[in-house]
Design a protein around this ligand. Structure first.
Ligand SMILES: [Zn+2]
Length: 292
């Protein structure tokens, strides 16, 4: 039987990298001092903090000024694509021009918001759900901006894997590669995406048995393309896995504590049959190659 706490004893000395989170989120900000202290204790060495709309880019930037381990990343997320302001492109270009550590993301394609999401899903409240063609245009513009500056791009994809593969094949891509965050595509698509420069990050939610299929896909991810992420405050781990908790939202949604990255390392290492320090060495090399 696997006991996260025991494996965790071995994690303490290693450096941890969260390839994808949203530390600027309003549900984390009231707890920021505690979160930062917990992350430091856990051994955080790098975290890509993803803006999703020009409205939250200043918060991401402020975090990057405050914490040396924050890698600021700026983009228009497919959910925010429909409500983007008219000057979004100039604002993104100026972020990249003035912040040498800036990367590109979160960008991507999402068919779920169009085909499957409920009309009253609270996460999408007030958002105009942009059709796929519009999402694609916004995605490609940002991807090619990342390619021009050879910056890592962080990509979100739900229910649009074929469209994403076609789009990536036709577009200019960053030479250093790009991240498919919380990769939930099929194992058969791993090779074609990897051939285009993809890295794949394992999300802690995949430790839950209901995501066994996504977890198993990580058995075929090339060792030099593997990363680890929380997507905090989203995608919480099952309660048995959590090392850190935060108060739930008023609608009872669980708020994922970013320091649970330590639990994701422990869980993924156990699943892959690696020691945590072996996994950590691999992830550190990959993180620095892509985001460094
Ligand atoms: Zn995200």
């Amino acid at each position: 039987m696997f006991i996260p706490g025991l494996l965790w004893l071995k994690v303490e000395a290693v450096k941890l990298y969260d390839a994808h989170n949203h530390l600027q989120d309003e549900w984390l900000l009231p707890h920021l001092d505690q979160i930062a202290a917990d992350l430091t204790k856990a051994g955080i060495a790098g975290a890509v903090v993803n803006g999703t709309t020009p409205d939250d880019w200043a918060s991401v930037s402020a975090l990057a000024s405050r914490f040396p381990w924050v890698v600021p990343s700026y983009g228009v997320h497919p959910w925010d694509c429909g409500n983007r302001p008219s000057d979004w492109q100039g604002r993104l270009e100026s972020r990249l021009a003035t912040e040498p550590r800036a990367r590109v993301g979160e960008i991507g394609l999402d068919r779920w918001i169009l085909d499957s999401a409920k009309p009253d899903d609270p996460r999408l409240a007030g958002l105009r759900r942009a059709p796929l063609a519009e999402q694609k245009e916004v995605f490609v513009w940002q991807l090619e901006l990342a390619a021009t500056h050879n910056l890592a791009a962080s990509i979100h994809c739900i229910d649009a894997w074929g469209a994403l593969l076609d789009t990536l094949r036709q577009a200019r891509r960053p030479e250093r590669g790009f991240l498919l965050h919380a990769y939930a595509g099929s194992p058969e698509l791993v090779r074609p995406f990897a051939d285009l420069g993809a890295y794949f990050s394992f999300n802690g939610a995949f430790l839950d048995s209901k995501h066994e299929q996504h977890r198993n896909t990580f058995k075929v991810i090339p060792a030099d393309r593997l990363l680890v992420e929380t997507d905090a405050p989203a995608m919480p781990l099952r309660s048995a896995w959590r090392l850190y908790n935060l108060p739930a939202r008023p609608d009872t949604t669980t708020v994922n504590h970013p320091a649970n990255i330590a639990a994701v390392y422990a869980g993924l290492a156990a699943f892959l049959g690696l020691r945590v320090d072996q996994l950590a060495t691999r992830v550190e090399e990959n993180f620095n190659r892509l985001f460094g």
